[in-house]
Design a protein around this ligand. Structure first.
Ligand SMILES: Nc1nc2c(ncn2[C@@H]2O[C@H](COP(=O)(O)OP(=O)(O)OP(=O)(O)O)[C@@H](O)[C@H]2O)c(=O)[nH]1
Ligand SMILES: [Mg+2]
Length: 398
């Protein structure tokens, strides 16, 4: 589709000009007066123009007038050359592409207008949305917190209130496992810190309750040296360790370990996209007598990949998660948003490689404050373009 303009002394002449050049089917988009003349803007279909040209040639025209209705129909029905047929989808594609980019432009401008309007009407909420975005919190969580602000609150109180509300929404498990025991399998992506977390939890238990009532089980049949690694940890702590192959052996061993108050099961690291993941998690869920699952995730994982891991490993119905590598992460809001959304409690956090010192029982307020401090330390910023795309027009709807 092309746009063309015609100017003439008056409307009648302008239309005549259009009809002469473009035929009777030209689509008139607009007209206006310009310096005492009339300007008519029309949309031209190049295909139609070709047909008109074809109708005007003797080969197609036969006895009909070249611009007559019959000539047009004849031209339309005449077989078209191959290159021309290929050009039709190209024209459609170009038109669709243009429409898409027009739509995007319009949406961007509307969102920018809506965001500017929000910063004028509700400056405190807009300021809070900016800060929460800088801390790394996702759009939905930030919008829900800002939407909940009481009327007439100032920026400082709004920030404090938002931090408290985020802490309320972030579930934590408390020190249940290393205080009261349980049968816990640590699952998660490769290298997320499962074995190290097991060593830390076991060490904590031994310091509190002694080594007699705890056992470590290696159910990692995949990684070379996994059994030896756990056995070495067991030797260091004076804790019994076992290895199993497959869910049936695990079930039989757990039945034998019935007298142990804490049994920690180390599993093979798997990618969230591993096609065999769902089956492996289902087998763990089906172990007779039940096993609690602790999803182990590195806080350094990109927000999108973290969200994906929470979703896919969610098939194991984890009781809680262990958040590792806090010492290495530069932004925590994305990971905490995923945990809030999934309502997955955090049991422990680890922030270093020392055993057992670097394992802490998770506290919601500490984690939210850490997200704030990390963003402040790294100088994270959110510009107006990002904010208008995120919140323009749909802040209250979120
Ligand atoms: N900096 C830092 N390193 C950690 C932390 N937790 C674990 N690590 C290190 O991460 C590496 C991998 O830890 P593992 O415990 O072996 O991870 P895994 O999930 O058992 O790995 P796979 O068994 O291969 O799936 C080790 O070098 C750990 O010392 C942490 O909180 N911070
Ligand atoms: Mg391991």
């Amino acid at each position: 589709m092309q746009i063309k303009r015609y100017t003439a002394a008056d409307m009648r002449q302008a239309l005549k000009l259009v009809r002469e050049e473009q035929g009777p089917d030209a689509v008139i988009l607009s007209s206006r007066k310009l310096d005492g003349r009339v300007e008519v803007t029309i949309a031209v279909d190049p295909e139609e123009l070709e047909l008109l040209a074809a109708a005007a040639t003797p080969a197609v025209a036969s006895t009909a007038r070249s611009d007559s209705f019959e000539a047009l129909v004849a031209a339309r029905e005449a077989p078209r050359p191959a290159p021309h047929m290929a050009a039709v989808p190209a024209v459609d594609d170009a038109l669709n592409g243009e429409l898409r980019s027009l739509r995007r432009m319009l949406e961007t401008q509307l969102a920018a207008l809506a965001w500017n309007d929000l910063t004028r009407r509700e400056p405190v909420a807009a300021d809070l949305l900016r800060e929460l975005t800088e801390f790394g919190f996702s759009r939905d969580i930030a919008a829900q917190v800002a939407d909940d602000l009481p009327v007439g609150i100032d920026c400082t109180r709004a920030r404090r209130l938002a931090i408290a509300r985020l802490a309320d929404r972030l579930p934590v498990l408390g020190d249940r496992w290393t205080e009261f025991g349980g049968r816990v399998a640590l699952v998660g992506p490769a290298g997320s810190g499962k074995t190290t977390a097991i060593a830390r939890m076991a060490a904590r238990w031994v310091m509190r309750h002694g080594a007699a009532q705890v056992a470590l089980v290696c159910a990692d049949e995949q990684r070379f040296g996994a059994r030896e690694e756990l056995a070495r940890i067991g030797r260091l702590l004076g804790v019994a360790t076992f290895s199993v192959e497959g869910p049936a052996e695990l079930a039989a061993l757990l039945a034998r370990l019935d007298d142990r108050r804490l049994v920690l099961i180390d599993t093979a690291g798997r990618s969230a996209r591993d096609p065999a993941l769902a089956e492996a998690l289902a087998a763990l869920n089906a172990v007779p007598g039940g096993v609690e699952v602790a999803l182990t995730l590195a806080a350094t994982t990109q927000a999108g990949a973290f969200e994906e891991a929470v979703q896919r490993f969610g098939a194991a119905r984890p009781t809680a998660c262990v958040l590792t590598r806090l010492d290495e992460c530069s932004n925590l809001g994305g990971a905490l948003s995923a945990l809030i959304r999934a309502r997955l409690p955090v049991a422990y956090v680890s922030e270093g490689q020392r055993i057992p010192d670097d394992l802490r029982t998770a506290r919601a307020l500490d984690l939210i404050c850490m997200a704030v401090q990390l963003a402040e330390r790294s100088g994270a910023t959110a510009d107006d373009e990002l904010l208008s795309r995120r919140f323009g027009g749909s802040f209250h709807a979120a």
